[in-house]
Design a protein around this ligand. Sequence first.
Ligand code: GLA
Length: 714
Amino acid sequence: MALCFAVCPQGFVKAENIFINTPKTTLMLTANEGGTPRIHYYGSRITPAQGHEVLDAMSINYDAYPAFGRNSFDETALSVTHADGNMTTELAITGTRTEGDLTIISLKDKAYEFYVDLYYKANDKSDVIETWTVIRNGEKKPIRLEQYASGVMTFRQEGAWITHFHGAWGQEARMTEEPLSAGLKTIVNHDGVRAGMDDRAEVMISLDGKPQENSGRVVGAALCWTGNYKIRLDTRGLYRHTLIAGIDDLHTAYTLKPGETFQTPELALAYSTEGKGGVSRAFHRWGRAGKLHNGRGLRDILLNSWEGVYMNVNQEVCEQMMDGVKELGGELFVVDDGWFGRKYRRTDDTQGLGDWITDTEKLPNGVPALLKAAEDRGLKFGIWIEPEMTNSKSELFEDHPDWVVAHPTRELSKGRGGTQLVLDMSNPKVQDFVVGIVDNLVKENPHLYYIKWDCNMSMNNFGSSYLTADKQSHLFVDFHLGLRKALERIRAAHPNLVIQLCSSGGGRVNWGFLPYFDEFWCSDNTDAQQRLFIQWGTSHFFPTMAMAQHVSASPNHQTGRIIPLKFRFDVAMTGRLGMEMKPSDLNDREREYAKQAVAFYKEIRPVIQLGDQYRLLSPYEGNGFCSEMFVNEDKSEAVFFCYKFENYVGLQTPRWHMAGLDPDATYQLTEFGSTERQHYFEGKNFSGRFLMETGFDANLSGQFGSRVIRLRKV
Ligand code: GLA
């Protein structure tokens, strides 16, 4: 970050041009004292001396944090009812300062003791800039924040497109790409609990027409918030597009008492000239450099019990699965739902949530005996919990009916199993309870390695017995601030516990969660064909090391589709590989193949989990084909994947092109696990340039053909 400044009496710097720099990008603002902060440029890195080019070209000149009340015919980021009832706000810059990698622009209302600080964080390890806002009430009485967005970004470009993601259970992260036409495009989440359910809080704006994977200017924006959000894209005359993102402003008015502050969640931004892929790689690096919990550690290969036995877990069947995964070369066994409940045994999904006591009919010697059985086999051990939830049929609900999210005047609307309810995370006692679930499990099982943290319900009831009548509108926010407090306490006490974020599959995929979680479950849909689409969409913003991808049984339990084991492994191997089945259901030939696949994945794991991902041929456009690849940091190793999931006479296999390689290096190609006449380039050498520019043929036959080609620099 660089400021062009002159020192002024208050110790602030009187800033004019502000440059927020990452290795390859610059966000340029102006912040003249007494005026409003203006956004002028977001693009490739420029020097302060080039600032005049931006201003002389009159590119953009837009309020960096527009407030309601004066000239507010555009969309606003902030709307406040002041202590005297005045609904207008007029902010003026009082100063700008830097603290390490932060630039802070301070604003004050011209007539009120009302303060807003805009924060911009420049990262030096990835091309991501984070922005957020801290709002302070210096007035003598409470004020009401009606709208309090995290940040604003604006572009001027004709022919811009938006890429966004939406879906539902079993079809998460469906991608839609469309031109940004005049009007307001709103992407919103009202689930209350699961920010990644349905629409996702991440968008890309392609400035050079139809989005391309590896070329063209693209801006990515991700709101890091675990609760309800709203992303607005306002497109006006002169091709001006303004993005405003923040906590949703429906039923979320937030009161600040005198002296209180509110900090909004971060909006993370990335710019790239290398297409959507460039933006994705910036976000992936950002995650690995620290935004994701333990972003540098390799993830284990696990077997999760869910699709193998569902809730019919017991000591014997778990030990059988442990034997199976051990034989295949796996490293971790996770027992999913069904292990708990005393008065209300978790034999199905109608009861037991909240009663985190072992079901001794299923597990007579408790969780410690399961963990020991895993350790005896040289496996690590993990367990499923759904801490923020209960069932109306549970001892917890009998003891604490006031702990659930609901209004006491209303009949309860129940979720999964006809009985599921959400606990009120705004209540500190509930936070203590949730922290206690993890503490107790670790206390009883000091070697517990992994937790699968699930969350399977929306806020179907609105209301809190904990929040006072005048603060009911805080619930959508305070639920998540309370959850964050609990997660912070858990992480402070158990920094090395591996925790997976799951939510009816991928219902909570959002960067707001990932500082506390090592990975997430992409979807409950494990059908490899649909997974190609789910994983393709998810990878636009999230790193593969965090994407849990499991090989499951065939026919698939969600779709009934029959898919060869090789294809299932090849699809799952592009993320954190795992299995979701009873290994004993594999026949001898399949078991032998699975062993080889797991061993091969161990070899390529560092490239997949820590390397750069290049999406190549999109399943949305590939006419039944798709491809992607991973390249390590020094470009000495890469792995290429291609798939075919359509079959009809005359279907032509495309010519494959790679990306991300060193053009001047020579790579030797080897192929894993092919059964056909596919080895004709086995052991042959190609230059990176040839593979990227000219490309190569590799036939794929049958309904589900796939290839995995490993490249090593010679
Ligand atoms: C959710 C999860 C599944 C599984 C079940 C258990 O649906 O997404 O992976 O854990 O709950 O009930």
